[in-house]
Design a protein around this ligand. Sequence first.
Ligand code: F6P
Length: 375
Amino acid sequence: MNKNIGILTAGGDSPGLNAAIRAIGKSALSSGMHVIGFRDGFRGLMENRTLRLGLETLSSILTRGGTILGTSRDKPHKMPVGSEIMDMTQVICDNYRHHNLDALICIGGGGTQKNAYRLAQKGLNILTLPKTIDNDVAMTDVTFGFHTAMEIATEAIDRLHSTAHSHHRIIVVEIMGHNAGWLALGAGMAGGADVILIPEIPYDLEAITNAIRKRKQRGTNFSIVAVAEGALCLAEYQRYVGLKQAKSEAKEKEDGKALKKAEEALLEFAAHRSTNTLRLSQELEKMTGLESRVTILGYYQRGGTPSAADRMLATRLGSACVDYIAQGIGGVMIAADRDGTRAVPLAEVVGKKKLVPQDHPWVLAARKVGTCMGD
Ligand code: F6P
């Protein structure tokens, strides 16, 4: 089949990207298609920086972390060029045509799905794969990268247990996930954290302190608190919801001034969020009388070789994507659907986030085994 396929990886890197590139590349080549990679996300497509993906390049990348294509968070319609932010959509469309592409596969998280959809609306044939350690992309069972990151964070919690136990300390471990709690919840449960705080359940310091005090009364003088980077106490949560609402109202009314103000307030809010974990630890120390320490797992969670589950998922989605292209299907995200895949129209994916429902079976199970969820 004489088709030309482009691939790019965008957004934060995540384990399994190379497995997906390999699966797309090898499946496409074996069907007689040509594959070209664009470097550093949408920027490489704009700047015409490519990597030819032949069999030699695709060999031995299955187990490698990161992405051989490189990535960036640059958006086609808001691209920093020199000292300016420019709309480079037209240049990207021209380059797509210059390479005579029949399809462009964009591998990324929620932001990438949105950017890919914008290009699809300009007439490009776009397919996407859902990847992110946050697992927050809508309409797919799971995203690749999540499983590996959960393993890494779980192992970290395992290790933190012995030092917390030896020093009779609280250890507050901050776990990534943006505004979703999947990673902190999964790793917290698997690692047996005593308290798990996620963005979807605003926390109350008193409830956490009580849980730690109860353990102390039972003679257990240490506790592990797994906190998602986006977790908020009730007062902050209410402020955050207010700011988000102000933003969407300003957007609806097309009030540029109010929109700018709301966006700035949200940025300011996000900037101070990173100090929340430290503040939480200090408050817990004060309120429980136990020493408390903070560990921020950070980018460690995104690096390194993907787990077997993520290699499998990325291979399944990547090879299925080529089948969909061969069938002439486009404008879709290839979603994980139990053991199979499903092509979901991009319009149904964008603008949604898959958050943890408060009554999700994972939350219920955590509560049943006595984990404090902060409320
Ligand atoms: O989306 C993946 C993620 O690792 C989030 O968990 C985190 O909030 C964010 O990316 C960090 O982004 P950056 O790599 O731009 O610092």
